[in-house]
Design a protein around this ligand. Structure first.
Ligand code: NOJ
Length: 575
């Protein structure tokens, strides 16, 4: 059995808010902190204990706030530091906690630290970022220090005319990477990005790209896996570098250990469970838990995310099993999530968003998520079954730097080849980060009740907001929203099994149904989910007891049926 201690962040359910798209209180078309405060009771009523708010810091917004120009200020259209203190108080007074996004792999190029760093080669902050001289090809052409590709297309190096060197940016060129090798930089990060907010009562952080701070000092070329282009994917070289664990231990000792916090890190490109346990084992104080991205990476392309390849249900089962079971017998902890601000909506990606299936699909996914071990994360709008933007939206309706840059790079490379661009659009329609960033659908008034601005929100509102919105679901007992409430309550009522239990997968090769078990002491449950739009045979696993239906998403069944209806889900207790 998992060695499990009961700590608030294990039993809690986290609700992620994307400030730009949650609720606009002053009709400027952008969401804001007062807007979030106005919805706190809605969130509490859903059954949430912890709110995670994506970056609300001052920022030029090249990457929606993941490019921070001042850790100690709030982006003015979102509000003020005082508003954030009110938000902390609004959460705490209701018995909820608030965690912030900690983005310290990079800052904005408009951060004062970077402005100083780029001002001259002998500026005291020059070494706070990663600067390197150019290389030169045989014909004298200037080339970057290595061939690393940035996550947002193109080279990860930007040439600086003024000081005649390149700086590293794993993301956009407006997001220069901080140099964690420098202890003075690390101390400044701890003070400005962490202590400033912990002293104001926040309860922890979701840590952006937590395994990229230590890049080593060699910075060598990545192997060529995408021939014909200079820049190559290089995550294997800059993730989990030599001093990564040391840095996180230090962060924990110097800052986090002084507070009662929850720390969840983004841990991409770390496939080895033993390695992940080093980050989340309670003995080696680094992180409390991490996000493993295999579930949301399903079907993404090998050379680029937006070369979508599709995936099979057996693949999903495999990654869920892996990251559910990796903590068995250890004191590590895991997370359960299938949406966030960087992903397409789960109903559209994993099930069906067709009108006849989308509600049942959303409920089935709620069952899957609520039965999983670990801290559960829900993304705004998931609780009402929001779906991807319609397929007829042109590229001009997409705003995200990742999709737009990739689309433009393919357009340039292929001379606007319609076939290549059509393929990119298909991928964006499934995986685009914008799908999660559409305004929250509150009601059926113009712009989904998100904003009162006459010409609408910063981002196009979903065409179907009149059909999918909070107001229409609140008082409808059979709605997706009320189903989520019921499932979150069920998760809490049976927390040993669902939050802390051990996970067993059955019939792994079945591409239509996903059947898994949960165990805790003598308690057992079985979860059966039909991932297709056709009836499927329900192969009962041999669990050596009588299976009694606890909850289902199809009305009228008693659980004895040998078939699962399209997108039907059932959870049984074994007696
Ligand atoms: C991961 C964040 O989730 C994503 O939105 C962001 O673009 C990158 N890190 C860079 O900060």
């Amino acid at each position: 059995m998992t060695v499990t201690q009961r700590i608030w962040w294990k039993d809690g359910v986290v609700y992620q808010i994307y400030p730009a798209s949650y609720k606009d209180s002053n009709n400027d078309g952008l969401g804001d902190i007062p807007g979030i405060i106005s919805k706190i009771d809605y969130i509490k009523d859903l059954g949430i204990n912890i709110i995670w708010i994506s970056p609300m810091y001052d920022s030029p917004q090249h990457d929606m706030g993941y490019d921070i120009s001042n850790y100690e200020a709030v982006y003015a259209p979102y509000g003020t530091v005082d508003d954030m203190e009110r938000l902390v108080e609004a959460c705490h007074s209701r018995g909820m906690r608030l965690i912030l996004d900690l983005v310290v792999n990079h800052t904005s190029d408009e951060h004062e630290w970077f402005k100083e760093s780029r001002s001259s080669k002998d500026n005291p902050k020059r070494d706070w970022y990663i600067w390197k001289p150019a290389r030169y090809a045989a014909d004298g052409t200037r080339i970057p220090p290595n061939n690393w590709r940035s996550f947002f297309s193109g080279s990860a190096w930007q040439w600086d005319e003024h000081t005649q060197e390149y700086y590293l940016h794993l993301f956009a060129k407006q997001q220069p990477d901080l140099n964690w090798e420098n202890p003075v930089t690390r101390r400044a990060i701890y003070d400005s990005a962490m202590e400033f907010w912990l002293k104001r009562g926040v309860d922890g952080f979701r840590v952006d790209t937590v395994n990229m701070y230590s890049k080593g000092t060699e910075l060598k070329d990545a192997p060529i896996i995408d021939p014909g282009i200079f820049e190559q994917p290089a995550s294997g070289l800059f993730c989990n570098g030599p001093r990564m664990h040391e840095f996180l231990r230090e962060m924990n000792a110097e800052v986090l250990s002084k507070y009662d916090t929850m720390i969840v890190g983004e841990l991409p490109h770390t496939p080895d469970p033993a390695h992940v346990l080093r980050y989340v084992g309670s003995g080696d104080k680094q992180l409390d838990m991490v996000f493993q991205f295999d579930i949301v990476d399903l079907g993404t392309g090998k050379t680029h995310k937006y070369e979508y390849e599709g995936y099979q249900l057996s693949g999903m089962k495999e990654v869920i099993r892996k990251w559910q079971q990796f903590i068995d017998g250890s004191d590590g902890w895991t997370t359960a999530f299938c949406e966030n601000h960087d992903q397409g909506r789960s109903v559209s990606r994993y099930t069906s968003d067709a009108p006849q299936w989308r509600e049942r699909s959303a409920k089935m996914l709620a069952m899957m998520m609520c039965a999983m071990t670990g801290t559960l994360f829900i993304y705004q709008g998931q609780e009402i079954g929001m779906i991807n933007a319609p397929k007829d939206w042109p590229i001009e309706d997409y705003k995200d730097i990742e999709s737009v840059n990739y689309y433009n790079s393919v357009a340039q490379r292929t001379n606007n080849d319609p076939k290549a661009l059509g393929h990119v659009m298909k991928s964006i329609q499934i995986l685009g980060r914008d799908h999660a960033r559409l305004p929250m659908q509150w009601d059926s008034t113009p712009y989904a009740g998100f904003t009162g601005k006459k010409d609408g929100a910063w981002m196009r509102t979903h065409d179907l907001y009149k059909e999918i919105n909070v107001a229409s679901q609140l008082n409808k007992p059979s709605s997706v929203l009320n189903f989520w409430k019921k499932m979150l309550k069920t998760r809490k009522d049976y927390k040993d099994l669902f939050i802390h239990g051990q996970f067993d997968a059955f019939d792994m090769q079945n591409q239509e149904t996903f059947v898994f078990g949960k165990r805790f002491g003598n308690d057992r449950a079985v979860v059966a989910l039909n991932f297709t739009d056709e009836e499927q045979v329900f192969k009962r696993p041999d669990v050596g007891g009588k299976m009694e239906l606890l909850v289902g998403n199809v009305e009228g069944g008693d659980g004895s049926e040998e078939k699962l209806m399209p997108y039907e889900g059932r959870i049984y207790l074994v007696c």
